[in-house]
Write a protein that binds this ligand. Structure first.
Ligand code: GLY
Length: 340
């Protein structure tokens, strides 16, 4: 599989595909510091000489963890020529890249995403960060990894719910920008569920290409990059009102995409056949779009908070049709109507 390169908008990043995961080295550097979580350390950490291990999960995405990485870097005498290597899911990738972006005002970072979510989304496009003050990803920077090493074999080590979660981002990416992938999701669904590494290599590479194209045009999210948030305003609100961990990110995004379709239908933006087809696909991928006990008021408040402003209108990423995406403001009343 050919590497995918992003080379515009101030970004220079290459996503490579390996058949067997070997930890990346770098002969041109004075020091390499590997960052694992407790899971990836057990699976892949054996051969790493210098490493930091952070506990698993979203709660670890904190200043304390970044400080731990920076302290290890300082202790090793890392310089601006040194390289930070993050091996894990989005939490490890975002934190490692954030630490690299501020250590001595910026060092190189290599990412080895081991979850589907990180392969198709988090590791690509240079967003780094930690959770802060009760908000997800409130503090961070744009600091693209110059190299992303992806091995779809690693997907076989993921717990089922975690793997399944990543599939929602795959559906989202296909809906945003790849008709062939959208068709492939139906045709190759069993192989995708079976984590066939060749099929998944193609799926991941296609997702990376879609994301690369969007990010190259708009690294710092002044416009098109916001498309990547299709379903996410609803999803973030659900994750925070239901309590983090009640739903996986993918379960929340799948539900959020179904609400984006319902909202697009309500305000007459989305083609009815497409809305139906995307929701069918979401169901075929075993996501539920009919969640019990939704707190409509809480969701609306969380959405306003997510946008960090109080207003009677909220901004959403909606779609007119497959691969035809817009960002638009919608009256809160319309949002309430499709949540009831
Ligand atoms: N995950 C959304 C973005 O990278 O912009």
């Amino acid at each position: 599989m050919d590497p995918v390169s992003l080379e515009a908008s101030g970004i220079s990043q290459t996503v490579e595909f390996q058949r067997e995961l070997t930890l990346p080295g770098d002969p041109d550097t004075d020091h390499l510091l590997y960052v694992f979580d407790t899971n990836t350390d057990v699976l892949f950490g054996g051969s790493a000489s210098d490493k930091v291990v952070i506990s698993d999960g979203e709660e670890a995405k904190s200043w304390e963890s970044v400080a731990k990485i920076l302290q290890a870097a300082l202790k090793m005498g890392m310089t601006r020529r040194s390289v930070f290597v993050g091996v894990g899911g989005g939490v490890i990738g975002d934190m490692t890249a954030f630490a690299a972006s501020i250590y001595m005002r910026g060092c190189s970072v290599v990412l080895v995403p081991t979850t589907l979510l990180a392969m198709v989304d988090a590791a690509v496009g240079g967003k780094t960060g930690i959770n802060f003050g009760g908000y997800k990803n409130m503090v961070g920077s744009f600091h693209p990894a110059h190299r992303v090493v992806t091995c779809t074999e690693a997907l076989t080590s993921l717990p089922e719910r975690e793997y399944h979660s990543g599939l929602a981002e795959v559906i989202k990416t296909a809906a945003l920008g790849d008709r062939e992938l959208y068709g492939m999701l139906r045709d190759r669904r069993d192989a995708i569920f079976g984590r066939d590494s060749d099929v998944m290599r193609e799926v991941v590479a296609r997702c990376v290409r879609v994301k690369a194209e969007i990010v190259e045009a708009d690294l710092t999210e002044q416009g098109r990059r916001a498309w990547l948030n299709l379903g996410h305003t609803f999803a973030h609100a659900l994750e925070s009102t239901a309590g983090f961990g009640a739903y996986t990110h993918g379960e929340a995004v799948a539900w959020g995409m179904s609400r984006a379709m319902a909202l697009g239908r309500r305000i007459d933006i989305t083609a009815p056949d497409y809305a139906r087809d995307l929701v069918d696909l979401i169901h075929e991928f075993r996501f539920s779009t009919d969640l019990p006990d939704l707190d409509t008021d809480g969701l609306i408040q969380a959405m306003a908070r997510d946008k960090k402003r109080q207003t009677s209108r909220l901004r959403f990423v909606l779609q007119k049709n497959l691969c035809d995406t817009i960002v638009t403001e919608v009256d809160t009343g319309d949002v309430e109507a499709i949540l009831e």
